[in-house]
Design a binder for this molecule. Structure first.
Ligand SMILES: NC(=O)C1=CN([C@@H]2O[C@H](COP(=O)(O)OP(=O)(O)OC[C@H]3O[C@@H](n4cnc5c(N)ncnc54)[C@H](O)[C@@H]3O)[C@@H](O)[C@H]2O)[C@@H](O)CC1
Ligand SMILES: [K+]
Length: 495
């Protein structure tokens, strides 16, 4: 599944038409799907559909026709001058005897439900004049609103705020990235019959889906032993963050690592989990790490200024490595890539900004662009730019266009200390299990968010997310996970 910009969706629409698929069929499917979602989510209120002049308005006119056919009380207010498919949708509705009123005549009616079919992907620039005051009037009414495709006005100000948004054919950036996402409310994605070749474009970011991620889960043979399923070495624990390597080790073990070893400075307060092997080290010259039984390494967790030394020592092991936190320095990452070691880097916006020479705020505002820049700067490394949502990028070879992926799990309650250390442990466990960095990164990010979603409460702690991983993996493996865009409740609510 791909993530679209409005422009990319318009291009997909044009490709479909180029393939011979009639655009009126798309509009009919879109409008009917909107009607179905509205009818199911709001079984009783009177429905007021507000339609703009373009195809978004056309979808609204189709939806109004079906809702009326199903016996719902419907009123339609539309801009004048619909043409093409939207014009046909208008006459089809009028053929059913429904009188369409001018938009200017709309006034809020308590108890009604609004369907916002004013503007979708065709909006160019901010709303002004009549449109801006209509948006203000709708918002002031406080009436529940269902948006067709996008809440009108996005991505600019002013815009409508929807309780529910019915995304047509594909999810768009506004449905995932803040601040626009807040205006969308619950998002339901509906297919509208678009031919697959029209939808797929390799340049578009991949959205992580339950099906896609389930296929990445390593299979564990019946005769597995702790040395055969992937062992992880966690290196860290200097400075004040002595809990960090413990959380990483816990998450690696909870992700199925056969054995976890924690290397930390002798005399520090690090308390590895009971199940881990302890490796207190007097010095970080590298010798002490040799002999650790591991197939992958995680470095940087709570390492302070000594992170670079620890990461360089771990480099000598020649293993797939996850580099996080204080070890995220240009010279460290370059050294791993020069040694041709499979590498995953997991910066948050502050660390990414440090690597790119930008501010954390700039990175957070442009996560896709920033992840792509990091991938180009560090070709071969799987880049995980943490955020809401987390974005991943990889340039397989120097100067290649990065492939991008966007996570679809996780929630704001996960904004608390130690969550990144847990993510490191998950990814390291999948690296140790033999997954390529790109696969380990995507699966790890997805499961981390899924575990947080299964808890779903503010105040959850990082170690609880780690403890929830076996359940998250089990549900994913059994097909009991749905994307946030699904209309049906989570499959796990079945007995
Ligand atoms: N896959 C697709 O792309 C499909 C799209 N459909 C619908 O079509 C929508 C896109 O339709 P359109 O491309 O006609 O665009 P919209 O209907 O979103 O808006 C176009 C109209 O808005 C006006 N406009 C643009 N910017 C404005 C501004 N700043 N202030 C005032 N007026 C402005 C334009 O002059 C035009 O009349 C989608 O969001 C979706 O709802 C569906 O009908 C079928 C398939
Ligand atoms: K809309």
């Amino acid at each position: 599944m791909r993530l679209y910009t409005s422009e990319a969706m318009r291009a997909a629409d044009a490709r479909a038409v180029g393939l011979g698929y009639p655009s009126l069929l798309l509009m009919e499917a879109a409008g009917r799907a909107v009607a179905e979602v509205v009818a199911r989510a709001y079984p009783s209120p009177k429905i007021v559909v507000l339609c703009g002049k373009g195809n978004n308005g056309g979808d609204g006119l189709v939806a109004a026709r079906w809702l009326r056919l199903w016996g719902r009380e419907v009123e339609v207010y539309a801009a004048a001058g619909q043409e093409g498919d939207a014009g046909l949708a208008r006459s089809a509705l009028e053929a059913h005897g429904l009188k369409i009123q001018p938009l200017e005549a709309w006034a809020p009616e308590p108890g009604s439900l609004l369907v916002d079919a004013l503007f979708g992907t065709g909006l160019r620039g901010r709303l002004e004049g009549f449109w801006a005051s209509l948006v203000a009037q709708i918002r002031a009414s406080g009436l529940p609103t269902v948006a067709v495709d996008l809440p009108s006005g996005l991505p600019y100000e002013p815009h409508l705020e929807a309780e529910l948004t019915v995304a047509l054919a594909g999810l768009k950036t506004e449905h995932l990235f803040y601040p626009a996402r807040s205006a969308c409310g619950r998002v339901v994605l509906v297919p509208i019959g678009m031919p697959e070749p029209a939808l797929v474009s390799p340049a578009l970011p991949e959205l992580l889906t339950p099906d896609g991620m389930r296929r990445l889960l390593p299979r564990r043979p019946g005769n597995a032993n702790k040395g055969s399923v992937g062992r992880v070495l966690v290196v860290g624990g200097q400075a004040i963050y002595t809990g960090a390597p413990t959380l990483t080790a816990l998450a690696a073990a909870r992700s199925g690592a056969g054995l976890v070893t924690v290397a930390y400075p002798a005399g520090s307060a690090v308390q590895p989990p009971l199940e881990a092997i302890r490796k207190p080290l007097q010095d970080w010259s590298g010798e002490g790490l040799q002999g650790a039984k591991a197939e992958a390494v995680a470095v940087g967790m709570g390492t302070g200024p000594e992170g670079v030394a620890a990461a360089r020592a771990a480099l000598e092991l020649g293993l797939p490595t996850l580099v996080d936190a204080d070890a995220l320095q240009v010279e460290v990452i370059d050294a791993y890539l020069q040694a041709r070691l499979p590498t995953v880097i997991t910066p948050h916006p502050g660390e990414a900004g440090r690597l790119l020479g930008r501010s954390a705020a700039e990175v957070a505002q442009q996560p896709l662009e920033s992840a792509a820049l990091l991938a180009r700067r560090f070709p071969g490394a799987a880049v995980v730019l943490k955020g809401g949502p987390t974005v991943m990028a990889l340039s397989p070879v120097p100067d290649s266009a990065p492939v991008l992926a966007v996570n679809t799990t996780g929630n704001a309650a996960m904004a608390s200390g130690g969550m990144g250390d847990v993510l490191s442990g998950i990814i390291a466990a999948y690296l140790a299990a033999g997954l390529e960095p790109w696969d380990a990164a995507r699966l790890g990010v997805y499961l981390h968010g899924l575990s947080g979603d299964l808890i779903g409460k503010v105040g959850m702690l990082a170690h609880e997310v780690a403890e929830g991983l076996p359940e998250a993996v089990w549900r994913l493996s059994k097909g009991r996970v749905r994307g946030f865009w699904a209309q049906e409740p989570e499959a796990d609510e079945a007995p």
